[in-house]
Design a binder for this molecule. Structure first.
Ligand code: ZN
Ligand code: ZN
Length: 460
C-alpha cells in the first residue's frame, strides 16, 4: 500500500494525493493550484497520474483548491466514479461551472490585452460531465471505493458538506486505516457543525494551513460585525463587504440574521449583490439536515437566509441601482479578494467617502486589491482610475473556516485519544513555516511527523 503526495505538498493549494492499494489507484482530491498565474498555470496543466491508471476519485470538499481540476481530468478522458457528500456535489455544480466561466473570461481578457494567451483548463461541458460522475454519499455511511478500499465520510466542520475521509485499506490480508483530514474547520462556526473525530487511525494525512497562527474567536467576530454596522450607520455610511460568494456570504447573512433578531444592529437594508451567492444560498437551503442543530437560530427559524432586511440582487440593473440609493446600508459582493466582480463597482463609487466602511472578512493574498485595502494604501486603482481610499477599513479575522494552531493541536489530541495505534502523521496543505511549527508540536506529543515534498511516495 502506497501514498503519493502530488499537490498541496509544502504549499496550500492544489490538494491531490494518490493512494495505491491492491493494484488499484485512487485519487484523493484534484484541486487547482492558485497564486501567481505563470507558476500555477504550468502546475495545473500537469496530470497527477496518467488517466488510464485512475480507478476512482474521492473528494473531500467543494473548495476550488480541492475540486477545481476534476473537470481537467474529465477533459483528458476520466470517466470513472467521483465520490463526495451530497452537499459537496451540489456546491460543485455551482462552483465548477463558475470556474469554467472565469477561465474563459480570463482568456478573453488576456487576448484583448494582446498578452500571451492562457488556454482555459476546461470548458463548461467538462464541468457538467464532472457533476454527472459524482455520487453523493451521506456522512457515516461506509462505501467501497475500489476492491481493497472502503471509505466513510465524517464532518470536517469546514464548509457545507466538507468531509474528513476515513479509508480502510486492505492488501495481502492486512488492513490499515488511513485518515485524510481534508480541511479542518472550527468549533462554533455559523451553520456548520463542529469537526467530528475520526477513530482507530493507523496514519493521518493532516492539513496545516494555520499551524502557526491564532484566530480571533467566532463569537468575537460576530460582536465586531455588529459594532461596525452600528458605527457606520450612525455616520450615514455604507458597509461594503467583499466576500467569497460560497460559504462566507451565507455565514455573514446568518450572523446578520442573529444580530437583527437580537436588536444588535439597526434596521438598515442588507444587499447581497451576487448571482453566485444566490445560487449557493439555494444549495444551502437544500441541505438543512447537515446544519448545526445546536444553534438557536437553526432550531427556531426555518428560513435562515431570508429575513426582512435582506435583499438579493441578481441582475445587473438592480445592482447598478444600488449606487443611486441614499442612506446607510450593507452591501456584500464578490470577489472575496476584490480582484473582480461587483464589489469593484461599489468601491469605485464608495471608497472615497469617509462615512463608509470597507469590512475585510477573508484572507487577502499578495498582489490583490484586497491586500492594498488591508494595507490602507491611499489610492486604489479601479477600472483604470485612481480612487482615494478615505473610507474606514476594518479587518475581522474570526470568520476563517480553518482551524488555527490551537484547534489543529486539539484535533490531533482527540484523534489520538481514539486511535491507540496512531504513530505517523503526514502534514499537507500548509506553507513551510506553518508546517514547521505544527510538526514540532506533534513531535512533542510523540508522533512521527513528515512534511512530504511533491511526488514523495511512502509505503504504509
Ligand atoms: Zn477548504
Ligand atoms: Zn483547502
Amino acid at each position: 500500500m502506497e501514498l503519493e503526495f502530488v499537490g498541496a505538498a509544502r504549499e496550500v493549494t492544489g490538494s491531490c494525493h494518490i493512494l495505491r492499494v491492491a493494484g488499484k489507484t485512487v485519487v484523493l482530491d484534484c484541486g487547482m493550484f492558485q497564486g501567481r498565474r505563470s507558476d500555477s498555470h504550468e502546475k495545473n496543466l500537469r496530470l497527477p497520474v496518467p488517466i488510464e491508471q485512475i480507478d476512482a476519485v474521492v473528494l473531500s470538499h467543494a473548495h476550488i483548491d480541492h475540486a477545481g481540476r476534476l473537470p481537467f481530468l474529465v477533459r483528458h478522458g476520466y470517466d470513472g466514479p467521483i465520490s463526495c457528500t451530497p452537499a459537496t456535489r451540489d456546491l460543485c455544480a455551482v462552483m465548477l461551472a463558475d470556474s469554467a466561466h472565469i477561465q474563459e473570461k480570463d482568456a478573453e481578457f488576456l487576448a484583448r490585452r494582446g498578452k500571451e494567451p492562457v488556454e482555459p483548463l476546461y470548458a463548461l461541458r467538462h464541468s457538467t460531465r464532472t457533476i454527472e460522475l459524482m455520487t453523493g454519499i451521506p456522512y457515516r455511511r461506509a462505501f467501497d471505493v475500489v476492491p481493497g478500499v472502503r471509505a466513510t465520510f465524517i464532518d470536517a466542520g469546514h464548509i457545507l458538506g466538507s468531509a474528513t475521509v476515513v479509508l480502510d485499506c486492505t492488501e495481502g490480508g492486512t488492513t490499515r486505516r488511513l485518515v485524510f483530514s481534508g480541511d479542518i474547520g472550527r468549533s462554533g462556526l455559523p451553520i456548520i457543525r463542529d469537526p467530528e473525530t475520526p477513530e482507530d487511525a493507523d496514519l493521518v494525512v493532516m492539513e496545516s494551513t494555520y499551524g502557526n497562527r491564532t484566530h480571533e474567536s467566532v463569537e468575537g467576530a460576530r460582536a465586531r460585525l455588529a459594532a461596525v454596522i452600528r458605527d457606520t450607520a450612525s455616520r450615514g455610511g455604507r458597509v461594503l463587504i467583499p466576500a467569497f460568494a460560497v460559504g462566507r456570504t451565507q455565514e455573514l447573512v446568518y450572523d446578520l440574521h442573529v444580530l437583527a433578531r437580537a436588536g444588535a444592529i439597526p434596521a438598515i437594508p442588507i444587499y447581497i449583490d451576487s448571482p453566485l451567492a444566490i445560487d449557493t444560498t439555494s444549495v444551502f437551503e437544500m441541505h438543512p439536515d447537515i446544519f448545526d442543530r445546536g444553534e438557536e437560530l437553526v432550531q427556531k427559524v426555518h428560513d435562515l437566509f431570508r429575513f426582512n432586511l435582506v435583499h438579493y440582487t441578481r441582475d445587473v440593473e438592480e445592482s447598478k441601482a444600488l449606487a443611486r440609493m441614499h442612506g446607510p446600508m450593507v452591501i456584500i459582493a464578490a470577489s472575496g479578494m476584490v480582484e473582480s466582480g461587483r464589489i469593484l463597482h461599489h468601491l469605485a463609487q464608495g471608497a472615497s467617502d469617509p462615512r463608509n466602511t470597507v469590512l475585510i472578512v477573508g484572507f487577502q493574498a499578495e498582489h490583490t486589491l484586497g491586500r492594498r485595502i488591508v494595507e490602507r494604501r491611499p489610492l486604489l486603482r479601479i477600472f483604470g482610475d485612481d480612487v482615494p481610499l478615505r473610507a474606514e477599513v476594518v479587518i475581522i479575522n474570526g470568520y476563517s473556516a480553518h482551524a488555527d494552531r490551537t484547534e489543529l493541536s486539539s484535533w490531533i489530541d482527540r484523534v489520538r485519544e481514539h486511535s491507540p495505534r496512531l504513530r505517523q502523521v503526514w502534514l499537507v496543505h500548509g506553507e513551510p513555516p506553518a508546517q514547521g511549527e505544527l510538526a514540532t508540536t506533534l513531535s512533542v506529543k510523540g508522533l512521527a511527523v513528515g512534511c512530504p515534498a511533491p511526488r514523495e511516495r511512502h509505503d504504509f
